[in-house]
Design a binder for this molecule. Structure first.
Ligand code: SF4
Length: 293
């Protein structure tokens, strides 16, 4: 079910994200249906709503964002798309909210960080490149493996990972910073040295500014549906995987071993700097943060 709703404001402050302190979510819910999706919790206050099937469309999001960016207290901090949904999920083909949103970014010369599993941003490359001429734009693609068979099961409605990564070339040429979020690395499924090496090699070839692997987290409502799919589709790894996750994180020894492997790959294929969030533009009133109320 797709339901149109009116947002009251666009910007949400988190203060705990690596990409940016501010999020805009133009949809609620996400049709990419990734089995490890951590964002399911954002639907939990809606009784009976299905995060993957019930998509809420904030049809007035561009107006709200324009209002938020027009406040005198707004410091043009980088804004992250999206925290708990993908702005370029399938429904965006129909609603086309992003072109209007990008025009608001251009008007206010506001830095943008976009994280996606889609190649639909290519539709808006002209606007994104126009924005990159007046503010910093970072395009981050999320992939956990280049293996199509695994990806078809774990991220059934997203674009094939190799296509997502190839898209980064176009955005680099358009003046954007680019990066790969290798998230999540799924223990026993996508955590082999061979799998990580394949993505690091491509990252090196593509010339991305950053690559960040992160191990699967199974917090809250993610755990049960994720393990159910693993049990059905990858029964061989299910016993070990469920033993590894007593809580939401994998056990410490496993994490330490993965850190050693990831450091080795950074040394071989890097150097890549630690992820540095884009800078805010400095010609607005200093030292104030937007009050949304
Ligand atoms: S793209 Fe992101 S928000 Fe959408 S289902 Fe996948 S993990 Fe969840």
């Amino acid at each position: 079910m797709i339901r149109e709703i009116q947002a009251k404001s666009a910007l949400h402050f988190h203060g705990n994200l690596t990409a940016s302190n501010w999020d805009v979510n133009i949809y609620r819910g996400c049709g990419h249906c990734c089995i490890y999706c951590f964002a399911r919790y954002s639907h939990s206050y809606l009784e009976d709503a299905d995060f993957f099937g019930d998509i809420f469309v904030k049809t007035n999001i561009a107006e709200c964002l324009d209002k938020d960016f027009s406040r005198r207290s707004w410091c043009r901090d980088p804004v992250n798309f999206c925290g708990v949904t993908d702005a370029y999920q399938p429904v965006e083909e129909q609603y086309q909210l992003m072109p209007e949103v990008l025009k608001v970014f251009i008007k206010h010369r506001n830095p943008l960080v976009l994280v996606t599993k889609s190649i639909l941003p290519l539709r808006d490359i002209r606007l994104i490149s126009e924005l990159a001429r007046v503010a910093q734009v970072t395009i981050l693609v999320s992939v956990s493996t280049l293996n199509e068979t695994i990806s078809n099961i774990t991220e059934p409605n997203s674009t094939h990972p190799a296509e997502r990564l190839n898209m980064l070339d176009r955005f680099r040429e358009a003046g954007c910073r680019t990066g790969i979020l290798m998230m999540p690395v799924i223990p026993y499924l996508t955590d082999s040295e061979e799998n990580l090496r394949e993505v690091f090699e491509l990252a090196q070839k593509t010339g991305v500014n950053v690559i960040e692997p992160d191990i699967l987290n199974l917090r809250g409502s993610t755990r049960e549906p994720f393990l159910n799919v693993i049990k059905k589709e990858f029964p061989d790894i299910y016993p070990d995987l469920s033993r590894l996750y007593k809580g939401s994180n994998s056990d410490k020894t496993y994490q330490n071993n993965m850190k050693v492997l990831i450091r080795k790959l950074y040394r071989e294929y890097g150097p890549w700097p630690q992820y540095v969030p884009p800078e805010r533009i400095d010609d607005s009133p200093k030292g104030q943060q937007l009050s949304l109320f």
